[in-house]
Design a binder for this molecule. Structure first.
Ligand code: ITT
Length: 191
């Protein structure tokens, strides 16, 4: 079965391919020249559905989309759905990670609790759609450590671990990540 992976983020595309583990013939949204719809919804699930729906209807293929982000407890869940936008058009995540640190300092907050969320949506062309969310809890650490993974991985240490996601072997991250947990739910939802 051909499945279009409706993301323009290479880090995500790689992890989704690892998690899907050869189950589908994957087609990248970029290969099909699919446009990037504006993420106008106020939830991860809403934006994942919007991206999957747009890709499925434009391509005629079943589409999988991920909407995800980092939520910081002491910042009332920010950046959350704005995680990509905090990095700006240059996708400067070193700057975005500094911004998280600065906001925590400004708030005088000691609490470093944070979590990643991934909403995974599957949409059939002009048909139904399903969406699920997975979450992994952890703590933030500064300065950033590690150059594996992507986005905010270098400042996130998952619960019970000592390495950041940026330092971990990708297969280890894939065993515990928000994205992997969402995928377990997706399989259950589609059974
Ligand atoms: P698409 O919409 O094309 O999929 P995007 O990067 O704009 O790409 P999002 O709107 O879902 O995707 O933004 C999610 C951001 O949250 C992403 O850019 C990362 O910075 C961050 N993020 C999500 N999952 C992450 C992970 O596993 N590790 C580190 N950062 C992550």
């Amino acid at each position: 079965t051909r499945l279009v992976v409706a993301t323009h983020n290479p880090g995500k595309a790689r992890e989704l391919a690892e998690i899907l583990d050869g189950r589908f013939e994957l087609v990248a949204a970029g290969e099909l020249g699919l446009p990037e719809p504006d993420e106008t919804e106020m939830t991860f699930s809403g934006n994942a559905l919007l991206k999957a729906r747009a890709a499925a209807d434009a391509s005629g293929l079943i589409a999988l989309a991920d909407d995800s982000g980092l939520s910081v407890a002491a910042l009332d869940g920010a950046p959350g759905i704005y995680s990509a936008r905090w990095a700006g058009p240059e996708k400067d995540f070193a700057m975005a990670m500094r911004k998280v640190e600065e906001r925590l300092e400004e708030a005088g907050a000691e609490d470093r609790a944070a979590w990643f969320t991934s909403a995974l949506a599957v949409a059939w062309p002009n048909g139904p759609a399903v969406v699920v969310e997975g979450r992994v809890d952890g703590t933030l650490t500064f300065p950033p450590r590690g150059d594996r993974g992507f986005g905010y991985d270098p400042i996130f240490v998952p619960e019970g671990e000592t390495l950041t996601f940026g330092e971990m072997d990708p297969a280890v991250k894939d065993g515990m990540s928000h994205r992997a947990r969402a995928f377990v739910k997706l399989k259950a939802a589609l059974l």
